[in-house]
Design a protein around this ligand. Structure first.
Ligand code: RM4
Ligand code: MN
Length: 385
Protein backbone atom coordinates (compact mmCIF):
# COMPACT_ATOMS: atom_id res chain seq x y z
CA UNK A 1 0.00 0.00 0.00
CA UNK A 2 1.31 3.45 -0.87
CA UNK A 3 1.67 6.17 1.77
CA UNK A 4 -1.13 8.13 0.12
CA UNK A 5 -3.49 5.19 0.37
CA UNK A 6 -2.46 4.53 3.95
CA UNK A 7 -3.19 8.14 4.90
CA UNK A 8 -6.57 8.02 3.17
CA UNK A 9 -7.48 4.77 4.87
CA UNK A 10 -6.59 6.25 8.25
CA UNK A 11 -8.52 9.51 7.74
CA UNK A 12 -11.41 10.20 10.14
CA UNK A 13 -14.41 12.50 9.64
CA UNK A 14 -17.05 13.14 12.32
CA UNK A 15 -20.70 13.52 11.35
CA UNK A 16 -23.15 15.86 13.15
CA UNK A 17 -26.29 14.34 14.70
CA UNK A 18 -28.30 17.43 13.71
CA UNK A 19 -27.64 16.91 10.00
CA UNK A 20 -29.78 13.77 10.13
CA UNK A 21 -32.78 15.65 11.51
CA UNK A 22 -35.08 18.09 9.79
CA UNK A 23 -33.71 21.56 9.13
CA UNK A 24 -34.54 24.55 7.03
CA UNK A 25 -34.14 28.22 6.51
CA UNK A 26 -35.79 31.09 8.37
CA UNK A 27 -38.62 30.66 5.90
CA UNK A 28 -39.51 26.99 5.89
CA UNK A 29 -38.54 23.56 7.17
CA UNK A 30 -39.41 20.87 4.63
CA UNK A 31 -39.90 17.68 6.63
CA UNK A 32 -38.53 14.49 5.06
CA UNK A 33 -39.92 10.99 5.43
CA UNK A 34 -37.79 8.60 7.49
CA UNK A 35 -36.04 11.32 9.49
CA UNK A 36 -34.93 10.26 13.01
CA UNK A 37 -37.24 10.86 15.96
CA UNK A 38 -34.68 10.29 18.68
CA UNK A 39 -30.95 10.52 19.35
CA UNK A 40 -30.80 6.74 18.92
CA UNK A 41 -32.21 6.96 15.41
CA UNK A 42 -29.72 9.72 14.52
CA UNK A 43 -26.92 7.48 15.77
CA UNK A 44 -28.26 4.60 13.69
CA UNK A 45 -28.12 6.82 10.58
CA UNK A 46 -24.61 8.00 11.42
CA UNK A 47 -23.57 4.35 11.72
CA UNK A 48 -24.88 3.77 8.21
CA UNK A 49 -22.70 6.62 6.90
CA UNK A 50 -19.73 4.92 8.54
CA UNK A 51 -20.76 1.52 7.19
CA UNK A 52 -20.55 2.75 3.60
CA UNK A 53 -17.61 5.15 3.86
CA UNK A 54 -15.45 3.45 6.50
CA UNK A 55 -14.05 6.80 7.66
CA UNK A 56 -16.85 8.31 9.80
CA UNK A 57 -16.74 6.33 13.06
CA UNK A 58 -17.93 9.13 15.37
CA UNK A 59 -21.02 11.32 15.60
CA UNK A 60 -21.20 14.68 17.38
CA UNK A 61 -24.12 15.39 19.71
CA UNK A 62 -25.90 18.68 20.36
CA UNK A 63 -27.34 19.26 23.84
CA UNK A 64 -30.27 19.62 24.50
CA UNK A 65 -31.28 18.43 21.02
CA UNK A 66 -29.83 15.01 21.89
CA UNK A 67 -30.72 15.00 25.56
CA UNK A 68 -31.30 11.53 27.05
CA UNK A 69 -31.63 10.22 30.58
CA UNK A 70 -28.68 7.85 30.36
CA UNK A 71 -25.65 8.93 28.33
CA UNK A 72 -23.60 5.86 29.16
CA UNK A 73 -26.43 3.78 27.67
CA UNK A 74 -26.48 6.03 24.60
CA UNK A 75 -22.76 5.51 24.22
CA UNK A 76 -23.24 1.73 24.54
CA UNK A 77 -25.95 1.92 21.89
CA UNK A 78 -23.56 3.73 19.53
CA UNK A 79 -20.92 1.09 20.15
CA UNK A 80 -23.45 -1.63 19.32
CA UNK A 81 -24.03 0.14 16.01
CA UNK A 82 -20.28 0.23 15.36
CA UNK A 83 -19.56 3.90 16.06
CA UNK A 84 -18.71 6.20 18.98
CA UNK A 85 -20.05 9.47 20.31
CA UNK A 86 -17.88 12.43 19.41
CA UNK A 87 -17.88 16.11 20.30
CA UNK A 88 -20.51 17.46 22.65
CA UNK A 89 -21.95 20.74 21.35
CA UNK A 90 -23.37 23.10 23.93
CA UNK A 91 -26.51 24.88 22.82
CA UNK A 92 -26.86 28.24 24.53
CA UNK A 93 -28.77 29.99 21.78
CA UNK A 94 -32.33 28.73 21.84
CA UNK A 95 -33.83 29.87 25.15
CA UNK A 96 -35.81 33.08 25.59
CA UNK A 97 -33.32 33.93 28.33
CA UNK A 98 -30.60 34.25 25.70
CA UNK A 99 -32.21 37.10 23.80
CA UNK A 100 -29.43 39.48 24.87
CA UNK A 101 -26.74 36.84 24.94
CA UNK A 102 -25.74 33.74 26.91
CA UNK A 103 -22.32 33.87 28.56
CA UNK A 104 -21.97 37.59 27.74
CA UNK A 105 -25.50 38.56 28.83
CA UNK A 106 -25.60 41.63 31.09
CA UNK A 107 -27.73 39.60 33.55
CA UNK A 108 -25.52 37.49 35.84
CA UNK A 109 -28.37 34.99 36.29
CA UNK A 110 -28.49 34.26 32.58
CA UNK A 111 -24.71 33.96 32.47
CA UNK A 112 -24.91 31.46 35.34
CA UNK A 113 -27.50 29.41 33.46
CA UNK A 114 -25.39 29.35 30.27
CA UNK A 115 -22.24 28.43 32.17
CA UNK A 116 -24.08 25.68 34.03
CA UNK A 117 -25.17 24.28 30.69
CA UNK A 118 -21.55 24.09 29.58
CA UNK A 119 -20.65 22.32 32.83
CA UNK A 120 -23.53 19.89 32.23
CA UNK A 121 -22.03 19.19 28.81
CA UNK A 122 -18.75 18.24 30.47
CA UNK A 123 -20.67 15.87 32.76
CA UNK A 124 -22.10 14.33 29.60
CA UNK A 125 -18.60 14.02 28.13
CA UNK A 126 -17.58 12.13 31.28
CA UNK A 127 -20.40 9.66 30.66
CA UNK A 128 -19.94 9.29 26.89
CA UNK A 129 -16.14 9.31 26.86
CA UNK A 130 -16.21 12.25 24.45
CA UNK A 131 -13.01 14.25 24.20
CA UNK A 132 -14.30 17.55 22.83
CA UNK A 133 -16.56 20.27 24.23
CA UNK A 134 -17.46 22.44 21.27
CA UNK A 135 -18.65 25.95 21.96
CA UNK A 136 -20.31 28.33 19.58
CA UNK A 137 -21.95 31.45 20.96
CA UNK A 138 -24.63 33.38 19.15
CA UNK A 139 -23.79 36.25 21.51
CA UNK A 140 -23.48 39.74 20.20
CA UNK A 141 -25.36 43.01 19.87
CA UNK A 142 -27.38 44.60 17.11
CA UNK A 143 -27.00 48.28 17.90
CA UNK A 144 -24.11 50.56 18.84
CA UNK A 145 -24.34 51.28 22.54
CA UNK A 146 -26.60 48.29 23.25
CA UNK A 147 -24.00 46.84 25.63
CA UNK A 148 -20.37 47.36 26.54
CA UNK A 149 -18.11 45.52 24.07
CA UNK A 150 -15.27 45.12 26.51
CA UNK A 151 -17.36 43.97 29.47
CA UNK A 152 -18.79 41.29 27.24
CA UNK A 153 -15.27 39.99 26.57
CA UNK A 154 -14.62 39.82 30.31
CA UNK A 155 -17.86 37.90 30.87
CA UNK A 156 -17.00 35.54 28.02
CA UNK A 157 -13.61 34.83 29.53
CA UNK A 158 -15.07 34.17 32.98
CA UNK A 159 -17.52 31.60 31.60
CA UNK A 160 -14.91 29.92 29.42
CA UNK A 161 -12.58 29.74 32.38
CA UNK A 162 -15.15 27.88 34.46
CA UNK A 163 -15.85 25.36 31.71
CA UNK A 164 -12.16 24.95 30.99
CA UNK A 165 -11.28 24.34 34.62
CA UNK A 166 -13.88 21.59 34.79
CA UNK A 167 -12.11 19.52 32.06
CA UNK A 168 -10.14 16.42 33.03
CA UNK A 169 -8.15 13.64 31.37
CA UNK A 170 -7.87 14.15 27.61
CA UNK A 171 -10.86 16.50 27.42
CA UNK A 172 -10.53 19.66 25.33
CA UNK A 173 -12.42 22.87 24.70
CA UNK A 174 -13.01 23.91 21.08
CA UNK A 175 -13.96 27.54 20.56
CA UNK A 176 -15.74 28.31 17.33
CA UNK A 177 -16.12 31.78 15.81
CA UNK A 178 -18.55 33.32 13.35
CA UNK A 179 -18.45 36.69 11.68
CA UNK A 180 -22.10 37.63 12.16
CA UNK A 181 -25.60 36.25 12.60
CA UNK A 182 -27.73 36.24 14.64
CA UNK A 183 -26.03 39.38 15.96
CA UNK A 184 -25.34 41.93 13.26
CA UNK A 185 -23.52 44.94 14.70
CA UNK A 186 -20.97 43.14 16.88
CA UNK A 187 -20.46 39.43 17.58
CA UNK A 188 -18.55 38.48 20.72
CA UNK A 189 -16.44 35.77 19.03
CA UNK A 190 -16.44 37.00 15.43
CA UNK A 191 -13.14 35.71 14.08
CA UNK A 192 -10.27 33.30 14.53
CA UNK A 193 -8.12 35.94 16.20
CA UNK A 194 -10.62 36.44 19.00
CA UNK A 195 -11.02 32.70 19.45
CA UNK A 196 -7.25 32.22 19.37
CA UNK A 197 -6.65 34.92 21.99
CA UNK A 198 -9.24 33.41 24.34
CA UNK A 199 -7.76 29.95 23.82
CA UNK A 200 -4.28 31.23 24.67
CA UNK A 201 -5.66 32.87 27.80
CA UNK A 202 -7.34 29.61 28.83
CA UNK A 203 -4.46 27.21 28.27
CA UNK A 204 -3.33 24.15 26.37
CA UNK A 205 -6.62 22.29 26.29
CA UNK A 206 -8.34 25.12 24.44
CA UNK A 207 -8.08 25.26 20.67
CA UNK A 208 -9.82 26.97 17.77
CA UNK A 209 -12.54 25.34 15.69
CA UNK A 210 -12.75 26.61 12.11
CA UNK A 211 -16.24 26.44 10.66
CA UNK A 212 -15.61 26.97 6.96
CA UNK A 213 -18.91 28.82 6.54
CA UNK A 214 -18.25 31.43 9.21
CA UNK A 215 -16.07 33.92 7.32
CA UNK A 216 -16.48 36.95 5.15
CA UNK A 217 -16.64 36.10 1.45
CA UNK A 218 -13.17 35.74 -0.03
CA UNK A 219 -11.43 35.02 3.28
CA UNK A 220 -8.28 32.97 2.82
CA UNK A 221 -9.15 30.11 5.16
CA UNK A 222 -6.03 28.08 4.37
CA UNK A 223 -3.94 30.92 5.72
CA UNK A 224 -5.82 30.65 9.02
CA UNK A 225 -5.18 26.89 8.98
CA UNK A 226 -1.45 27.36 8.36
CA UNK A 227 -1.18 30.03 11.04
CA UNK A 228 -3.05 28.10 13.72
CA UNK A 229 -1.17 24.88 12.99
CA UNK A 230 2.10 26.71 13.45
CA UNK A 231 0.83 27.86 16.85
CA UNK A 232 -0.54 24.41 17.82
CA UNK A 233 -3.95 25.98 18.26
CA UNK A 234 -6.04 24.33 15.59
CA UNK A 235 -8.34 21.81 17.24
CA UNK A 236 -11.14 21.15 14.80
CA UNK A 237 -13.07 21.92 11.66
CA UNK A 238 -16.74 22.28 11.02
CA UNK A 239 -16.82 21.60 7.29
CA UNK A 240 -19.62 22.89 5.11
CA UNK A 241 -20.00 25.04 1.99
CA UNK A 242 -21.16 28.58 1.56
CA UNK A 243 -21.91 30.80 -1.39
CA UNK A 244 -23.00 33.88 0.58
CA UNK A 245 -23.19 33.57 4.37
CA UNK A 246 -23.53 30.59 6.71
CA UNK A 247 -25.23 28.52 4.03
CA UNK A 248 -24.37 25.14 5.60
CA UNK A 249 -24.38 23.35 2.25
CA UNK A 250 -22.52 20.10 1.66
CA UNK A 251 -18.75 20.34 2.25
CA UNK A 252 -16.87 20.64 -1.01
CA UNK A 253 -19.99 21.51 -3.00
CA UNK A 254 -19.56 25.25 -3.44
CA UNK A 255 -15.79 25.49 -3.64
CA UNK A 256 -13.91 22.18 -3.89
CA UNK A 257 -10.72 24.09 -4.71
CA UNK A 258 -10.88 25.90 -1.37
CA UNK A 259 -11.37 22.60 0.45
CA UNK A 260 -8.32 21.22 -1.38
CA UNK A 261 -6.23 24.24 -0.38
CA UNK A 262 -7.29 23.79 3.23
CA UNK A 263 -6.47 20.08 3.17
CA UNK A 264 -3.12 20.84 1.56
CA UNK A 265 -2.18 22.99 4.59
CA UNK A 266 -3.27 20.12 6.82
CA UNK A 267 -1.05 17.69 4.92
CA UNK A 268 1.77 20.25 4.82
CA UNK A 269 1.45 20.64 8.60
CA UNK A 270 1.48 16.85 9.20
CA UNK A 271 -1.90 17.21 10.86
CA UNK A 272 -4.02 14.70 8.95
CA UNK A 273 -3.22 11.70 11.12
CA UNK A 274 -5.94 11.28 13.78
CA UNK A 275 -3.12 11.04 16.34
CA UNK A 276 -2.38 14.73 15.73
CA UNK A 277 -5.72 15.46 17.35
CA UNK A 278 -7.67 17.59 14.88
CA UNK A 279 -11.35 16.73 14.87
CA UNK A 280 -12.50 16.95 11.25
CA UNK A 281 -16.23 17.42 11.63
CA UNK A 282 -19.05 18.19 9.27
CA UNK A 283 -21.50 20.88 10.37
CA UNK A 284 -24.18 21.25 7.77
CA UNK A 285 -27.85 20.79 7.14
CA UNK A 286 -29.70 19.21 4.26
CA UNK A 287 -32.86 21.15 3.64
CA UNK A 288 -33.85 20.05 0.16
CA UNK A 289 -31.66 16.99 -0.48
CA UNK A 290 -31.91 13.54 1.09
CA UNK A 291 -29.91 13.58 4.29
CA UNK A 292 -27.95 10.33 4.54
CA UNK A 293 -26.66 10.30 0.95
CA UNK A 294 -25.86 14.02 1.29
CA UNK A 295 -23.71 13.26 4.31
CA UNK A 296 -22.06 10.36 2.50
CA UNK A 297 -21.39 12.73 -0.42
CA UNK A 298 -19.87 15.30 1.94
CA UNK A 299 -17.57 12.71 3.48
CA UNK A 300 -16.50 11.69 -0.04
CA UNK A 301 -15.88 15.33 -0.98
CA UNK A 302 -13.57 15.75 2.01
CA UNK A 303 -11.81 12.52 1.05
CA UNK A 304 -11.34 13.72 -2.53
CA UNK A 305 -9.90 17.06 -1.43
CA UNK A 306 -7.58 15.18 0.93
CA UNK A 307 -6.44 12.73 -1.74
CA UNK A 308 -5.55 15.61 -4.05
CA UNK A 309 -3.70 17.35 -1.24
CA UNK A 310 -1.72 14.17 -0.58
CA UNK A 311 -0.79 13.97 -4.26
CA UNK A 312 0.95 17.35 -4.32
CA UNK A 313 4.56 16.72 -5.29
CA UNK A 314 6.09 18.40 -2.27
CA UNK A 315 9.69 18.10 -3.47
CA UNK A 316 8.87 19.64 -6.84
CA UNK A 317 6.88 22.37 -5.09
CA UNK A 318 9.70 23.21 -2.69
CA UNK A 319 12.18 23.33 -5.54
CA UNK A 320 9.99 25.63 -7.61
CA UNK A 321 9.37 27.85 -4.58
CA UNK A 322 13.07 28.07 -3.76
CA UNK A 323 13.88 28.80 -7.39
CA UNK A 324 11.32 31.57 -7.37
CA UNK A 325 9.59 29.77 -10.24
CA UNK A 326 6.09 31.13 -9.78
CA UNK A 327 4.52 29.37 -12.73
CA UNK A 328 6.03 25.98 -11.94
CA UNK A 329 5.03 26.18 -8.26
CA UNK A 330 1.46 26.98 -9.22
CA UNK A 331 1.52 24.20 -11.83
CA UNK A 332 2.55 21.63 -9.22
CA UNK A 333 -0.42 22.59 -7.04
CA UNK A 334 -2.82 22.60 -9.98
CA UNK A 335 -1.57 19.23 -11.26
CA UNK A 336 -2.55 17.66 -7.98
CA UNK A 337 -5.88 19.47 -7.85
CA UNK A 338 -6.75 18.44 -11.41
CA UNK A 339 -6.07 14.76 -10.79
CA UNK A 340 -9.14 12.54 -10.84
CA UNK A 341 -8.74 10.79 -7.48
CA UNK A 342 -12.00 8.87 -7.61
CA UNK A 343 -10.36 5.63 -8.88
CA UNK A 344 -7.72 5.89 -6.13
CA UNK A 345 -10.39 6.30 -3.45
CA UNK A 346 -12.31 3.43 -4.99
CA UNK A 347 -9.22 1.27 -4.45
CA UNK A 348 -8.85 2.47 -0.87
CA UNK A 349 -12.46 1.47 -0.21
CA UNK A 350 -12.11 -1.87 -1.95
CA UNK A 351 -8.97 -2.58 0.11
CA UNK A 352 -11.08 -1.96 3.21
CA UNK A 353 -13.75 -4.36 1.98
CA UNK A 354 -16.15 -1.56 1.04
CA UNK A 355 -18.03 -0.81 -2.14
CA UNK A 356 -15.96 1.67 -4.19
CA UNK A 357 -19.13 3.73 -4.73
CA UNK A 358 -20.68 4.45 -1.30
CA UNK A 359 -23.68 6.35 -2.67
CA UNK A 360 -24.66 3.56 -5.05
CA UNK A 361 -24.14 1.01 -2.29
CA UNK A 362 -26.35 3.03 0.06
CA UNK A 363 -29.09 3.26 -2.56
CA UNK A 364 -28.97 -0.48 -3.16
CA UNK A 365 -29.00 -1.27 0.56
CA UNK A 366 -32.69 -0.50 1.00
CA UNK A 367 -31.96 1.47 4.21
CA UNK A 368 -33.77 4.57 2.99
CA UNK A 369 -36.92 2.58 2.23
CA UNK A 370 -36.63 0.83 5.57
CA UNK A 371 -36.51 4.04 7.64
CA UNK A 372 -39.32 5.60 5.63
CA UNK A 373 -41.47 2.55 6.36
CA UNK A 374 -40.48 2.17 10.02
CA UNK A 375 -40.27 5.73 11.26
CA UNK A 376 -43.91 6.63 11.33
CA UNK A 377 -45.57 8.35 14.26
CA UNK A 378 -43.71 10.26 16.92
CA UNK A 379 -42.05 13.59 16.41
CA UNK A 380 -39.23 14.04 13.92
CA UNK A 381 -36.03 15.52 15.24
CA UNK A 382 -35.20 19.01 14.06
CA UNK A 383 -33.35 22.18 14.86
CA UNK A 384 -36.07 23.54 17.08
CA UNK A 385 -36.71 20.30 18.95
C1 RM4 B 1 -23.90 27.19 14.54
C2 RM4 B 1 -22.49 26.68 14.68
C3 RM4 B 1 -22.40 25.44 15.48
C4 RM4 B 1 -23.53 24.49 15.28
C5 RM4 B 1 -24.85 25.16 15.20
C6 RM4 B 1 -25.95 24.21 14.84
O1 RM4 B 1 -23.98 28.14 13.51
O2 RM4 B 1 -21.95 26.46 13.40
O3 RM4 B 1 -21.21 24.75 15.23
O4 RM4 B 1 -23.50 23.69 16.40
O5 RM4 B 1 -24.81 26.20 14.26
MN1 MN C 1 -20.25 25.12 13.23
Amino acid sequence: MTDVKRSLAAQRIETPSWAFGNSGTRFKVFAQAGVPRSPEEKIADAAVVHQFTGVAPTVALHIPWDKVADYAALSAYAQEKGIKLGAINANVFQDDDYKLGSVTNPDPGVRRKATDHMLECVDIMDATGSRDLKLWFSDGINYPGQDDLRNRQDRLHAALREAYDRLTGNQRLLLEYKLFEPAFYATDVPDWGTSYAHCIELGERATVCIDTGHHAPGTNIEFIVAFLLRQNKLGAFDFNSRFYADDDLMAGAADPFQLFRIMYEIVRGDALDPAYGINFMLDQCHNIEAKIPAIIRSVMNVQEATAKALLVDRDALTKAQNDGDVLEANAVIMDAYNTDVRPLLGEVRADAGLDPDPIAAYKRSGYQEKIVAERVGGEQAGWGA
